[in-house]
Design a protein around this ligand. Structure first.
Ligand SMILES: [Zn+2]
Length: 208
């Protein structure tokens, strides 16, 4: 997914889907990938809304932070890998924490690539399993149980690896820049700290 995620007021997506279905029928193209992409974008939007509900004090910042949620690796074209990444970043944004360090999913991707080059050490495997488990990825091949065994034996080493990995593969540009807001969120007037005074009444919803 390479497009910038956009806010859609409730109901818009259904209208979009209906229109796409009409064109797909007329042109004879496969609708499934389009619907999957729309479902993916909807899931990200819902994650943002859920985070705004969990962090009402920083809901306005979360609304305007979607540019930070774009996938950083091709594998995140899959919602299974993208959504845990999104949720971790949203929690950091809501808490005012640093968004640059690698997420659990980014650690998993890095460890996967590293394991293809050379065998991982036991503690590096421990980090791989910790990040996989923390991201809530599927518990395939008893990863959760294996992770617990590694944690029992070498949690300190894993802690050190984790800190180094989050720092080493951080995304320096993943920070909130200047935010402008027309005072509308999801098409509804919002009490937003980033809203600028504007004599002319805004006529359209905010594009983040
Ligand atoms: Zn705003």
């Amino acid at each position: 997914m390479t497009t910038t995620l956009q806010a859609h007021p409730p109901g818009d997506r259904a209208a979009d889907t209906g229109l796409i279905a009409v064109f797909a029928d007329l042109l004879g193209f496969d609708l499934e990938p389009v619907l999957a992409e729309l479902a993916h974008i909807d899931a990200v939007e819902q994650a943002v809304r859920d985070a705004m509900a969990r962090h009402p004090g920083t809901a306005d910042r979360l609304f305007h932070a979607t540019a930070l949620l774009t996938p950083t690796h091709n594998v995140m074209r899959s919602p299974e890998f993208h959504l845990p990444h999104v949720r971790e970043l949203l929690e950091r944004i809501g808490a005012g924490a640093d968004t640059r360090p690698a997420t659990d999913v980014e650690i998993c991707i890095t460890m996967s690539k590293a394991s293809a080059v050379a065998p991982l050490t036991s503690s590096a495997m421990g980090l791989y399993f910790r990040a996989w488990t923390n991201a809530g990825l599927p518990d395939v091949a008893n990863i959760a149980a294996t992770s617990r065994r590694h944690e029992a034996l070498e949690s300190n080493e894993i802690d050190n690896h984790e800190a180094a990995c989050r720092r080493h593969i951080r995304v320096p540009t993943r920070v909130l820049g200047a935010i402008t807001c027309d005072g509308f969120h999801y098409g509804i007037a919002a009490d937003c700290r980033y809203a600028t005074a504007n004599d002319a009444a805004p006529t359209s919803r905010t594009e983040r």
